[in-house]
Design a protein around this ligand. Structure first.
Ligand code: CAA
Ligand code: NAD
Length: 285
């Protein structure tokens, strides 16, 4: 078993920490402050309790897993971790600055991973202090349910680090695909233009959000429609990904629709904050 450090306890960090502790790894999760940490741990607890209520986990297994988790606001708590997975906001400057802090404390042999959705690893690698040990482990949302982890090989990521990352996430019960270090890798180069096109249809008044969703669910077998999926992923995260893709490729198919940007500017981040294209404040969509 490895000691795992997860940095960020938002939608993704909480899910990554959950699958790590359920697989037997001692895990420390770091947030920016006590309030953010409390919110993140409450999200993790709610997910584990749902698993118990669905009979997927016993109460004893939940409690044993939870005892493997430590929450912290200190980067220094990552010092004895064998694997460090960064899952903070999709912002290049924030990630670069955090990796500089991690580089000061991480032990020399640690496997260093980012859960970025779109940012090229090579722009973060110089800040990690050990580019050969730095890889992408791109988990999918919701982490406890989705089977895939997209592994990303940066220009300097070593074959050994890629093999270690693969073995680690397979040990969490995940299946992997391998992608080279191009913005958005495989999944988001395909997914984000689709999500942006759904907003463009809405913006142009072609159909209601309900009909766009129903169309893709019942017509194409998608588990959720694209507008619901935008709320689920986070409008801020989707906008950040679209901005990275458009900034890197300059192709209009990646350009964020104005409505998406206006929603984020107005504080509609999606399900995680209670309102996005749909309203979740009553506890339901
Ligand atoms: N955390 C943990 N478990 C969850 C969960 C969550 N947030 N949401 C749902 N589940 C579990 C439920 O407990 C349930 O488990 P059982 O089948 O064992 O009972 C199972 O998932 C199905 O849930 P529901 O019956 O409540 O609802 P559903 O059938 O609509 O499934 C879903 C929910 C799995 C989220 C499904 O709608 C789905 O697959 N949606 C698409 C998700 C997707 O596309 N994810 C990728 C996003 S892109 C990405 O992640 C990359 C990026 O960089 C942006
Ligand atoms: P989120 O907004 O839910 O959570 C981000 C968390 O990072 C917040 O709780 C914030 O307080 C914390 N944070 C910010 N700076 C930090 C720092 N320096 N140290 C510790 N914590 C810090 O975002 P998310 O959806 O969990 O996304 C996190 C990462 O995962 C992003 O890179 C995103 O692109 C990627 N990702 C997101 C999804 C998705 O569907 N939302 C899927 C795959 C990958």
């Amino acid at each position: 078993m490895k000691k795992v450090g997860v940095v960020g306890c938002g939608l993704m960090g909480a899910g990554i920490a959950e699958v790590c502790i359920k697989s037997g790894h001692s895990t420390v999760v770091r947030e920016v402050d006590a309030a953010a940490l409390e919110r993140g741990l409450a999200r993790l607890d709610a997910s584990m309790n749902r698993a118990v209520s669905k009979g997927k986990l016993t109460e004893a297994e939940r409690d044993a897993a939870r005892a493997r988790l430590e929450g912290t606001t200190e980067v220094s708590a990552l010092a004895d971790c064998d694997v460090i997975i960064e899952a903070i906001v999709e912002n290049r400057e924030a990630k670069a600055s955090l990796w500089k802090e991690i580089a000061r404390v991480a032990k020399p042999g640690a496997l260093l991973a980012t859960n970025t959705s779109s940012i090229p690893l090579s722009s973060l690698a110089p800040h990690t202090g050990n580019p050969a040990r730095f890889i992408g482990l791109h988990f999918m949302n919701p982490v406890p349910v989705m089977k895939l982890v997209e592994i990303v090989q940066g220009i300097e990521s070593s074959e050994e680090a890629i093999a270690e990352g693969k073995a680690f996430v397979e040990g969490l019960g995940k299946t992997t695909i391998l992608a080279k270090d191009t913005p958005g890798f495989v999944i988001n180069v395909l997914l984000v233009p689709y999500l942006c096109d759904a907003v463009r249809l809405l913006e142009a008044g072609v159909a209601s959000k309900e009909d766009i969703d129903k169309g893709m669910q019942l017509g194409c077998g998608m588990p959720m429609g694209p507008i619901t999926l935008l709320d689920f992923v986070g409008l801020d995260t989707t906008l950040a990904i679209a901005d990275v893709l458009y900034g890197e490729f300059g192709d209009p198919k990646y350009a964020a629709p104005p409505l998406l940007r206006r929603m984020v500017e107005s504080g509609f981040m999606g399900k995680k904050c209670g309102r996005g294209f749909y309203d979740y404040r009553g506890g339901q969509k």
